[in-house]
Design a protein around this ligand. Sequence first.
Ligand code: PRT
Ligand code: ZN
Length: 210
Amino acid sequence: MKNLKIAIQKSGRLNEKSVLLLKNCGLDFENYKSSLITTVSNFNLEILFLRDDDIPGYVEEGIADLGIVGENVIDETQAKVQYLQRLGFGRCTLKLAIPKDSSIDRLEDLNGKSIATSYPNILQNFLTEYKINADIQTISGSVEIAPGLGLSDAICDIVSTGGTLKSNGLKPFCDVRNSEAILIGREGLEENPIICELLQRIQSVLRAKE
Ligand code: PRT
Ligand code: ZN
């Protein structure tokens, strides 16, 4: 039988916990840092190491059967994939934030303002829901420096401890969405016995942690 493929983050905040979860499921593999793919020796599975942004699309297109990625990335890419299991790590919140001394006070005050973000789709849906007409400035990183540089009036970015906001003279203004790491699968795969077996192992690892 052809091996299934699971895509996990190659390096970054979700890599270590994704690898640990798979190891705790009894999967035996080498975590080659230099390789993009590794084979599990005791299970019909190969592991692909990718940038997190590419994972939902790979799963949607069937290049990978499964993936571990943050909900924020799934939502932003708008990929059609199945949520198989919430994994309880990588927790964070996508928030709107403003300079400490900003006159913005209520959501309506964002009308006509500019907001820098790496999450233009999620932000646009949020603004549409609240009937706010703001100008979205899409930038790919270091979003927190945008207001200080005069690029935007507000930002929309991931916050976990809040330390980065603080050190850039910003304060949280409003939560847009919470996120955690999710096991996703391509549509129509739920009945696959190998996936069912892996899902059961993952669920027992998560239960043991409770
Ligand atoms: O290279 P690749 O594209 O794979 O990785 P990446 O740099 O895009 O993502 P990475 O590794 O930073 O984050 C992967 C996932 O972890 C995210 O998509 C979220 O689902 C989740 N996550 C959890 C976070 C954070 N916590 C987090 N704190 N992602 C990013 N941050 C950043 C945030 O962007 C901000 O710059 O950390 C900063 C804020 O942190 P605090 O603690 O100062 O609030
Ligand atoms: Zn990324």
